[in-house]
Design a protein around this ligand. Structure first.
Ligand SMILES: [Ca+2]
Ligand SMILES: [Ca+2]
Length: 111
């Protein structure tokens, strides 16, 4: 039960914390690492090969580059190191409204 309350508090904090929206325009370290020509945008050829297939989905305004704002809208993009479990039921009544999203720190896998 204590775990459940901790989860609810984290979910509430994440939902209510406007700081994540305020910093969303700042590029992540990952974004800066990929921006090889340091122009503040990511082009398709700057992305790792495994991610290039997703370029069009992230380039929301279709200008041929990914801005930090667009990058921040990618699920998991701003939440590096955070594991998200969506629609986790927290009551035993099968009411579809009695679910929550869990945001947990993602720890490196131990050997
Ligand atoms: Ca660039
Ligand atoms: Ca764009």
């Amino acid at each position: 039960m204590r775990f459940l309350w901790a989860a609810v508090l984290i979910v509430t904090w994440v939902a209510a914390n406007p700081a994540s929206a305020q910093v969303a325009k700042e590029p992540t370290q990952r974004f800066l690492d990929w921006d090889k020509n340091k122009d503040g945008k990511l082009t398709k050829d700057e992305l790792p090969a495994a991610l290039q297939a997703n370029f069009e989905k992230v380039d929301l305004n279709k200008d041929g580059s990914i801005s930090p704002e667009e990058d921040a809208k990618v699920p998991g993009g701003r939440l590096d190191g955070v594991k998200v479990d969506r629609d986790v039921p927290y009551a035993a009544d099968k009411n579809p409204r009695h679910t929550l999203d869990l945001y947990r720190p993602e720890y490196p896998k131990s050997k």
